[in-house]
Ligand binder design. Structure first.
Ligand SMILES: [Zn+2]
Length: 452
């Protein structure tokens, strides 16, 4: 028996139309999230009136530019909230103040940008405003540019076709962005057996909503090897673009010399938006060495994979990949084995993949590339890679205990989170550059894969 974490109502063991229990999407369905879990939230709290409408919906609106362009199954629509933000234009360092409402993106204030290469002045404003604003731009062109008569003026009244990504975080009413991330982290933790007491400081039961606690921290690849992985990611990560969730606990010695245990959830959306949610700075449960969930957003193309025709060696590989062993097909004929495996394969969720195996593939691919190209930094890379990902490289004991959570310094692991916080204060430029790079990669990927 479990209870709804938001209103504490008792949830029945099963889910059907008569029960309060419901399947909660940990990552919102409107973002293509596939992970559903029963037994944590009741139907009412998960619905339009509370989390569904007040937290998930405005959160998903932030990603409209991405989800609209991709073939993502969308939720039913409700009234949307106007969101202020910045649109980062791809292939330029420019950004524009925008407002997003009812899926239409427009300029908050009329603006213009002059492209001196193309000799065009772009006027960003809705049609009505643009008419008068155009004269102002013409005048300023005259003042600024000697050959102004060579320039033309182009009016851009809708930004929807403009390729860019909305910048985060920005001043959102009610911390929409943070709440959305905290909600996912809480639900993933609860679904993995973390108890309510651990996360209760993040729940506002009175108002049935999520509390923000300055506990959303951006990820930055502090470890060299992770930096390398991120910079080559779209090229070698077969599962990009993806959503992933990683729950882990971390022991740390506080400044006063006391040992404390913290609980975090790393969340990555669209392979791009990477944040840690600090769930507890005084965690007393069992150690959690990553619990992971990972899924693609676009279905894999091998969905009509044919098992019939494979030889026995390949069949046994498929068998393992489906989580079965020889006992499951004992005594069956070749034909029957194929039918059985094909059925299981077809029912399998084609979006979900193994987070750890995927990290290993990326690391392997980097190693191969370095060996083949005889890079000079090969040895130094190996030195930093080995303790980060392998207990023992000869025995191929790959692990993700430190991946996106710790880094090695003088043979000891340290949490990356205080490092990131320090970077944020002393070298924010570095984080901005990284974020901008991720946006560009995402933009490029969307261009290649967009459905409209
Ligand atoms: Zn409830």
């Amino acid at each position: 028996m479990s209870n709804c974490y938001l209103c504490n109502v008792t949830l029945e063991a099963h889910v059907d139309s008569s029960t309060k229990n419901h399947y909660e999407h940990v990552i919102p369905q409107a973002l293509g999230g596939q992970l559903k879990t029963p037994g944590i939230l009741c139907k009412t709290c998960g619905g339009e009136e509370f989390l569904g409408g007040k937290v998930d919906k405005p959160f998903c609106d932030i990603f409209t530019l991405i989800t609209e362009r991709l073939d993502i199954k969308k939720d039913r629509k409700t009234n949307s909230v106007g969101l202020d933000g910045k649109l980062h234009l791809i292939d330029s360092s420019e950004s524009i103040d925008i407002i997003l409402k009812d899926k239409i993106l427009s300029n908050k204030r009329p603006e213009y940008k002059i492209d001196h290469n193309k000799k065009v002045a772009y006027v960003f404003a809705n049609k009505k405003v643009a008419k008068s604003f155009k004269f102002k731009v013409q005048n300023e062109l005259k003042e600024q540019v000697s050959n102004h008569s060579d320039y033309s003026i182009e009016i851009v009244s809708s930004l929807n076709d403009y390729l860019g990504v909305i910048e985060f975080p920005f001043n959102l009413v009610n911390n929409v962005f943070e709440k959305g991330f905290i909600k996912m982290a809480i639900e993933f933790a609860l679904s993995k057996g973390v108890d309510y007491d651990t996360i209760k400081h993040l729940i506002d039961r009175e108002n049935k909503t999520i509390k923000c606690n300055n506990n959303v921290i951006p990820y930055y690849p502090i470890a060299k090897i992770e930096e390398m992985m991120e910079y080559v990611r779209t090229g070698i990560d077969a599962n990009f673009m993806s959503h992933s969730l990683v729950l882990f606990s971390q022991r740390r010695i506080s400044k006063k010399g006391k040992e404390i245990k913290e609980l975090y959830c790393f969340i990555e959306l669209f392979g791009t938006f990477q944040y840690f949610v600090e769930l507890s700075d005084n965690y007393i449960g069992e150690n959690i060495e990553p619990e992971t969930y990972a899924q693609r957003i676009i279905r894999h193309q091998d969905s009509d994979y044919k098992i019939h025709g494979l030889d026995y060696k390949d069949l046994s590989i498929v068998l393992k990949e489906l989580g079965l062993d020889n006992k499951d097909v004992d005594g069956l004929s070749y034909e029957d084995i194929c039918v059985k495996l094909q059925n299981i394969y077809d029912k399998k969720n084609k979006y979900i993949y193994d987070y750890k195996k995927n990290a290993k593939r990326i690391v392997d691919s980097i190693i191969r590339n370095k060996i083949l190209n005889r890079n000079n930094d090969f040895l130094s890379m190996f030195k930093s890679l080995q303790p980060h990902f392998y207990w023992n490289m000869e025995e191929d004991t790959f692990h993700i205990t430190f991946y996106r959570s710790r880094f090695m310094k003088e043979e000891n692991p340290y949490s990356i989170i205080p490092e990131i916080k320090e970077l944020y204060i002393n070298n924010k430029e570095k984080i901005t550059r990284y974020t901008y790079f991720k946006f560009k990669e995402l933009g490029g990927f969307i261009e290649e894969n967009k459905s409209v």
